[in-house]
Design a binder for this molecule. Sequence first.
Ligand code: FPP
Length: 242
Amino acid sequence: MPSNNNASLPETIPAHVAIIMDGNGRWARKRGLPRLAGHRAGTENLRRVIEACVEFGVQILTIYAFSTENWGRPEDEVQGLMSILEDVIDRELKELHKNGVQLRHIGRLEEINPTLQRKVREAIAMTARNTRLTLNVAFNYGGRDEIVQAVRRIIADGVKPDRVDEALIGQYLYTGGQPDPDLIIRTSGELRVSNFLIWQGAYAEYYVTPTFWPDFDKEELRQALWHFARRERRFGLVSAPS
Ligand code: FPP
């Protein structure tokens, strides 16, 4: 395997990368700025990381933008994060569409304000045929809640108990039809899963960096891909499946 001390890429690129974009608040505090300034800087960075994912050949990128627990943050921060999502759709959608990005939402859309819901649905419809990169935006998302919702729908569909298996549950999750994440990145050094893709991440490789999200750049993403390429994924076996 070639070394990673230049701008090369490993041969194996994970098809599905998921990111817990953590550290916006600390990034802002270090600069004496309000927390929302950190979220805005994080949003700028998101644009760069999406571009890098397209360039590196990642097929699916899932980002954790707002968790079901984040409603407990101060009201101005919650409203600020809602406005950021709206701004991203208003300002970035055309460019994302032009670059072949398919937008998807994972989480409880019905609990956010109706105007924003409509914008999200329109963005999803507009980009539905794009194939270059699928961007799953986890917004008002919680992994446990996702499983609860899936179980409810399985029961509502009258599925017989002996038909319930792992594949069926996977189909009922928000990510139904997509491969599980291969690599989950968490920025800002926290060693927690924080209710993110808890079913889908069962065999994901984790990569944690101390870098705060607004500073996690293309080169750090490249480093994460190299770390991933060096891991031997055994899926519970004694060696990697052939
Ligand atoms: C965690 O950092 C980050 C969030 C809760 C929000 C992430 C949102 C963005 C990066 C903006 C992009 C958003 C959309 C909607 C596309 P933190 O605030 O918990 O950081 P801290 O742990 O340092 O306080």
